[in-house]
Design a protein around this ligand. Structure first.
Ligand code: NAP
Length: 485
């Protein structure tokens, strides 16, 4: 019998009111149920928000360095369980074990980084133009914040929202994605064992509509931080702004890698394989468009296809596997649908394009890493987020044409360039429409101590992670203090 995981409300592990659960199924082996999670409804979300509201004044009253200590302790607990937590993640989400391990390490680093924020200088002292007046700003927490997270980074994303929210003095209700709720559960479990004040962090699983809407509508909730699809983010935005509370949305991407004619072709091919196919292309920062200068197009594509064919697809727990399954049947269907759309629109299939079957593949949602050539800007495969291992190749006449193609989408999350030409690299950095820019690196693979976020339709609101993260979770108060009368 699979283990039953409960909600965490007011410092207690509790069943949802209906006592119903939903299975969390391993996408690489659908015979395995990773766990049973609470099928919460509005009343459970309401209880979590009430608990957070009750706990908030006392939590905010603790000195910030002491709030940070809970994050440090939780980080230690998580570190002692690193291997187990990585395995949990691979089993619920499908990504290969080394990637899962990297993500858990990142969550640990995030807890430590924001634990340290508790003891750093938060605000400014600014000179006054008046005599004997001392001016400064101070940060105040917002109150209760609701965090709604996706399945593809099931540990790092909840961590990078929870940690700054908590250290700033907010209390939190987190709702993880139904497809991968265990990794966030592990973070909350560690905070519980670290002795965090009851009600400071609350965890509720359940369908996005019922739980999500209640969180957004609860009068105590003063901010919503969401990561997920543009579709859900758009609806959430309309709902949240009716209440005029703070909102932060991190959504989809259609991220380009531009390869210029001076690039080392083997190096460029490796970067494309990593960016497009690691984590089965299920990263918001994954590369889904390669924009290649005409002069090197043929030889680069030859190397890229050869390297892609060598990628071992399988259960991420097996050594040597480079790409795991799609996260569920619906995502697999989406991948295969886009492959058909691309073919119908006239793109040329260079490799992949099929669901994998036979042996272990029959137990999971495996699809081949897929590359299309001859993709033009008007095709849906060039414009829409697939969120799977499907790479579209586009030929650029020259650098200006490459910039035109790279910027011709509604998204603007991440973008990379492969080149040794310093002038072109700087021009790219200035002209590319993306919030995250990498040079001679894949589009994915960012670090916790720097700001994260996109432009255009990929993101809305303030940046996450790094030193800017606290701006979202605090309000600035400005003080003018005259120390004479
Ligand atoms: P999703 O379907 O939008 O779901 C995200 C979260 O929203 C889940 O917890 C979901 O709950 C919840 N939700 C669904 N309907 C809701 C509603 N009506 N109100 C409130 N919450 C609701 O996205 P996903 O499939 O999990 O994740 C994939 C997407 O996330 C991709 O588009 C990817 O690009 C994007 N993403 C962006 C970033 C970034 O930082 N820019 C990072 C990672 C992923 P259920 O799971 O219960 O439906």
């Amino acid at each position: 019998m699979p283990e039953v995981y409960r909600n965490y409300i007011a410092g207690q592990w509790v069943e949802c009111k209906s006592k119903k659960t939903v299975p969390n199924v391993n996408p690489a082996n659908t015979d395995e149920t990773v766990g049973l999670f609470q099928s919460s409804a509005a009343e459970d979300a309401q209880a979590a928000c009430d608990a957070a509201a009750k706990a908030q004044p006392a939590w905010a009253g603790l000195p910030a360095p002491r709030r940070g200590e809970f994050l440090f302790k939780a980080a230690e607990i998580l570190e002692s369980r690193l291997d187990k937590l990585a395995e949990d993640m691979t089993r619920e989400e499908g990504k290969p074990l080394p990637e899962a391990k990297g993500e858990v390490k990142r969550a640990i680093n995030i807890f430590r980084y924001f634990g340290g924020e508790g003891a750093r200088a938060f605000s400014y002292q600014i000179p006054s133009e008046r005599d004997n007046v001392f001016c400064y700003t101070m940060r105040k927490p917002l109150g209760v914040v609701a965090l709604i997270t996706p399945w593809n980074f099931p540990s790092a994303i909840p961590a990078w929202k929870m940690a700054p929210a908590l250290v700033a003095g907010n209390t939190v209700v987190v709702k993880p994605a139904s497809l991968a709720p265990l990794s966030a559960y592990r973070l909350v479990e560690a905070l519980d064992e670290a002795g965090i004040s009851p009600g400071a962090i609350n965890y509720v699983t359940g369908g996005g509509g019922a739980v999500g809407n209640t969180l957004v509508d609860h009068p105590a909730v003063r901010a919503v931080s969401f990561t997920g699809s543009c579709e859900v983010g758009g609806k959430l935005y309309e709902r949240v702004t009716r209440r005029r509370i703070r909102v932060q949305l991190e959504m989809g991407g259609k991220n380009p890698t531009v390869v210029l004619k001076d690039a080392d072709l083997d190096y460029a091919a490796d970067i494309l394989v990593n960016g497009a196919f690691f984590s089965t292309g299920q990263k918001c920062t994954a590369c889904s468009r390669a924009v290649i200068e005409k002069a090197i197009y043929e030889p680069l594509v030859e190397k890229l296809v050869a390297k892609t064919k060598k990628l071992k697809v399988g259960n991420g727990l097996e050594p040597g596997v480079g790409m795991g399954p799609a996260v569920d049947e619906s995502q697999l269907k989406t991948d295969l649908e886009y492959i058909e759309i691309a073919k119908k629109e006239g793109a040329k299939l260079l490799c992949g394009g099929n669901r994998l079957t036979g042996g272990i593949y029959d137990k999971g949602y495996f699809v081949e890493p897929t590359i299309f050539a001859g993709v033009t800007n008007e095709m849906r495969i060039a414009q829409e987020e697939v969120f799977g291992p499907v790479l579209a190749l586009m030929v650029a006449e020259d650098f200006d044409d490459a910039m035109r193609l790279a910027n011709s989408v509604r998204f603007g999350l991440s973008a990379s360039i492969v080149s040794r030409d310093l002038t072109r690299v700087h021009q790219f950095i200035n002209r590319i429409e993306a919030g995250l820019i990498t040079v001679n690196l894949p589009t994915a693979g960012v670090e916790y101590q720097l700001p994260f976020g996109g432009t255009k339709e990929s993101s809305f609101g303030m940046r996450e992670q790094g030193p800017l993260a606290l701006d979202f979770y605090t309000e600035t108060r400005t003080v003018y203090l005259k120390y004479t009368q």
